[in-house]
Design a binder for this molecule. Structure first.
Ligand code: G1P
Length: 291
């Protein structure tokens, strides 16, 4: 097994029902956060973390994702003719930013099933999984922080955050203990997908960033369908625990669930305020609202 994380898998075949009607014809991964599709934030994070190969697991009605990362001749010609140099270089940057392979998940059978579709493209090496709806604003990209943990431990690493209240039932949840002298790191004993609040083993919820050892593929092949009648990645990782250590990692940064309407609105405010070109005027506008 090679011990460098070179590949990042992006499950992107989901239907995006939480964002209807916007996602009736538009892939949810293409929803714009300020002016950039969600999936581009994830791809940029993977590249910043040192990944060289992006694997996007798509499904029907997802052609816009491939088009977005492809060359757009008409657009480039137009921008060139109009002398719009900055926009032209941005368009070129997007189509050359990464080495991207696509694989299709023909049936919506769950996150574990989506990851299993990437098996042949990943091969026998550790890899990252990024859920594009989870956008993370961090000084050091979240995946980079996790790769540092992987490099020290050579074990699977799951990003976590503390979730209070009934919302815990929307997540995979860890049963875990803090690793001595490292308050961000947790030794995972067990994990459960979308438990009832009263049955949640802790408040440490899994967020959409994973580093997994290739053994996960063997586990997923043996894992029965779980929560929602789907093949759950959380259940596959539970299988992994029988033979390997798995760590939870409470990353430094803020996560937005941009696949949810309110989450997207919060992310929009935060990301716009950080922008040099839009932030100052937007801040003044927000202040003027006198809410
Ligand atoms: C998925 C995972 C869940 C995880 C969550 C993070 O759930 O199955 O374990 O906590 O992503 O966003 P989904 O949001 O796809 O239902």
């Amino acid at each position: 097994m090679k011990n460098k994380v070179r590949k990042a898998v992006f499950p992107a075949a989901g239907l995006g029902t939480r964002f209807l009607p916007a996602t009736k014809a538009l892939p949810k991964e293409m929803l714009a956060l300020v002016d950039k599709p969600l999936i581009q934030y994830g791809v940029e994070e993977a590249i910043a973390a040192g990944c060289e190969q992006i694997i996007i697991v798509t499904g029907r009605n997802k052609a816009e994702i491939e088009d977005h990362f492809d060359i757009s001749f008409e657009l480039e010609q137009l921008l060139e003719a109009r002398g719009k140099k900055d926009l032209l270089s941005m368009s070129r940057y997007i189509s050359h930013m990464a080495n991207i392979a696509y694989v299709r998940q023909k049936e919506a059978m769950g996150l574990g099933h989506a990851v299993l579709m990437a098996r042949d493209l990943v091969g026998d090496e550790p890899f990252a999984v990024i859920l594009p709806d989870d956008v993370i604003d961090a000084r050091v990209p979240c995946l980079k922080q996790m790769i540092e943990v992987f490099e020290q431990t050579q074990c699977s690493v799951l990003a976590t955050q503390v979730v209070e209240g009934p919302a815990i039932s929307s997540y995979g949840v860890l049963d875990c203990t803090e690793v001595k002298d490292n308050p961000r790191l947790f030794d995972v004993r067990a994990l459960v997908e979308k438990p009832k609040e009263e049955e949640a083993p802790s408040r440490h919820a899994i967020i959409g960033r994973y580093i997994l050892t290739p053994r996960i593929f063997e586990e997923l092949r043996e894992t029965p369908l779980g929560s929602g009648g789907e093949l759950q990645l959380t259940d596959g990782i539970k299988g992994l625990l029988a033979s390997e250590k798995v760590y939870g990692y409470s990353f430094e940064g803020t996560r937005y669930d941009a696949g949810d309407k309110l989450g997207m609105l919060k992310a929009t405010v935060a990301f716009t305020l950080e922008r040099e070109d839009l932030g100052p005027e937007f801040r003044e506008y927000l202040k003027s609202l006198n809410l």
